[in-house]
Ligand binder design. Sequence first.
Ligand SMILES: C=Cc1ccc(O)c(OC)c1
Ligand SMILES: [Fe+2]
Length: 502
Amino acid sequence: MAGHFRSLPPQASQKFPPFPQFSGFMKPCRFEGEVQNLEVIGSIPLELDGTFYRVMPDPQLPPLIEDDPWFNGDGNVSAFRVQSGKVHFKQRYVRTEKFLKEKEAQRALMGKYRNKYTDAVEIKIRSTANTNIFYFNGMLLACKEDSPPYAMNPETLETIGLWDFNGQLPSLTFSAHPKIDPVTKELVCFGYEAKGDATPDICYYTVSPGGRFKEVVWMVSPVVAMIHDFAVTENYVIFPLIPQTCDIERMKQGGEHWQWNSEIPFYIGVLPRRGAQGSDIKWFRAPNAFPGHVSNAYEADDGQIMLELPISDKNVFFWWPDAQGNAPDPHQITSHLAQFAIDPKASNLDITPQIILKEDIEFCRIDDRFSMSKHRHIFCDLMDPRLGTDFLAIGPVMGGGHPPYNALGHFDEVTGKCEKYFVGPKHLVQEPVFIPRSLDAQEGDGYLLALVNNYELMTSELHLVDTRDFSKPQAIVLLPIRLRAGLHGNWVEGQELELVPN
Ligand SMILES: C=Cc1ccc(O)c(OC)c1
Ligand SMILES: [Fe+2]
């Protein structure tokens, strides 16, 4: 076993390499600690009570691989507790196996993104826990799609440990995008490469609100491709395959886990949500495209599945090029909101999307109370160069690797109107969360909360926007530090957190 481990130079670099993903605003933050009573400009409505959790890849130490992509950094979880008009901040790294072994050695030991053949020591579970932070059944789950989740204490952010649901997790992997059914409160999830690196096996599973595994279905994928997000309706689960494919031989030679493939279709798997067998999955085929994050899916009155997500005609993960080494210029990559109408009973499996919003968007969120059923309102990150971003000023200090968005969007699918909240001329915005104004508020009536990168001060701030007035922020909450680009987060109501049996 020891044979394949890479030998380490005697001195580890104590400086991050001069690549865009480690420069400017993207310089690793690496801060752990807390700050009470953050400064607030404007006011936080007194009825807001909950915690905004989010996670960023944030390398603890300079990487073993110089040009290590942003996606391979250690998961550092931020929590913003909002209560009585005040905001308190806490941040703590997930104590993954990788993090603890590297902390002990005081140097990086894990190699390339999802390639164990490039590691310096054996790391059994290679999770960086850096992609999503999700609350379920009293625990925070820090997710990376190559491994089971890590459980954390929602109050202290202490790592409880790797979480296999008391031995019930049937798959080696757990998606970073599990969904909660707002009606049944079940957790609906899956893992891909579920029997190990480069295996075509997909495992679909559901967990009851009390933590018991219910549905477990094993399927085989037509290609070993990334399945980053998925969609759920009342009666179906839908798996969009990103045309980034994996090859074990390339990995063994120290190459990349993923390679872009523009020759294959954009496959979309559809499986009945309850009582299905693996052979029931239908693989629909759309023209090659890069699917982003699902906004929502639901079944229309005629029984068709409506799947909504942004798609791009380019390889969004430009740092994993195609077989010829070609990758797009990151500045040329855009995504547009698409809708697929899929007849689950169809015998013709070829489908084509309809673009329903031409704006360049990603990180869509809906009012989660309407998840899995027909929604009207979409909130998202949006890039509109005409809004007045001072690209000359922010360009040199932005760093790179992540997509830039300068506004929050609100797309009303009934009126077709798209409102924009511009976050400022020297600012970019990260993924928002939607917070309903009250338990019985109308769909989309509430607040958006998002972390904003302020390139003038080189610090971070939270912007709270009332969905009834997109012309100005309701509040701006200032952090004394800079939090680099993260991926996903979620809002958890205070009421829900107090149910935790501690
Ligand atoms: C945004 C997608 C995405 C996909 C795979 C990843 O490992 C990831 O890590 C942060 C992010
Ligand atoms: Fe994601």
